[in-house]
Design a binder for this molecule. Sequence first.
Ligand SMILES: Cc1cc2nc3c(=O)[nH]c(=O)nc-3n(C[C@H](O)[C@H](O)[C@H](O)COP(=O)(O)O)c2cc1C
Length: 315
Amino acid sequence: MGELNKTPDLSVTLAGVRLKNPVIPASGTFGYGREYAEFYDLNLLGAFAWKGTTAQPRDGNPPPRIAEAPAGMLNAIGLQNPGIDAVIREEVPRIARTFQGPVIANVGGFTVEEYAENCRKLEDVEQCAILEINISCPNVHAGGRNFGTDPKAAAEVTAAVRRVTRKPVFMKLTPNVADITEIARACADAGADGLCLINTLLGMRVDLNTRRPVLANRTGGLSGPAVFPVAVRMVWDVYEAVRLPIIGCGGVSRAEDVAEMMLAGASAVEIGAANLRDPYLCKRIVEALPDLCGRLGVERISDLTGAAHEQEANI
Ligand SMILES: Cc1cc2nc3c(=O)[nH]c(=O)nc-3n(C[C@H](O)[C@H](O)[C@H](O)COP(=O)(O)O)c2cc1C
């Protein structure tokens, strides 16, 4: 395909919400945007996903809660956040001063009711354009098993949230399951408007000298470039399994990765751990996209979504 001269259209749509481009900093790596606003104008982003927010304020897990890994990192932050009321009262007005685009509100919970209540409170927060429901949280009524590892629990959370909001509901899936399409289907059937995948992969490190786990929590979530092929595979599989927009996430660190994730089926892409290595990364990626579209011969970046599946069908 020859190079195009026209400025490519970088905009994408997620369940009716228009983003000026597909680049979204991922939850837990961008706080509520404040720190990154000191590095660059956040308005160049498609959106950003704020830190997983729960009903009560949380200090998170004791340290050490970060460990290095080849081509990635482990984290066991434990959902440290100021709680939904403080976020609405203090962070939301602050965000509005530095970012005028759509915000993706990442919501955590330990019971089905908590998820629903948190989402209900966000209903009048206009700037929260999408609710992203992190179901990698322990279900206290099911012995701490993650909601996201059980199709029935995932469906229950989806339905409960769906009932209390008019905003698009994106369920954020955990990769720590045998078949992610089973969970994706359960969420779709329960009324999800979209899916975000993947969250971190469960891992651990052991210190040779202390002979103890490096993380105080023992285990943590692996993210960063190491997980990219896993995320691409899961986005591919879920794209084939359900007809819902997908936010692809996991290991993205270059503009080319954004395009690859979109070819596999993502409508937009979140970038997590890579922000922690280079706080300017999302800006750099946004700036690299027009050139990349030219090289790939696409006038609209949204044309990349799922295009690898069509290619396959044409073989
Ligand atoms: C330090 C850290 C904190 C995170 N906190 C959250 C969170 O609060 N809620 C959530 O849904 N995902 C959280 N995640 C997961 C990321 O949003 C993302 O799904 C995952 O890290 C994979 O993407 P990446 O490889 O680009 O980091 C966190 C990840 C990291 C590295």
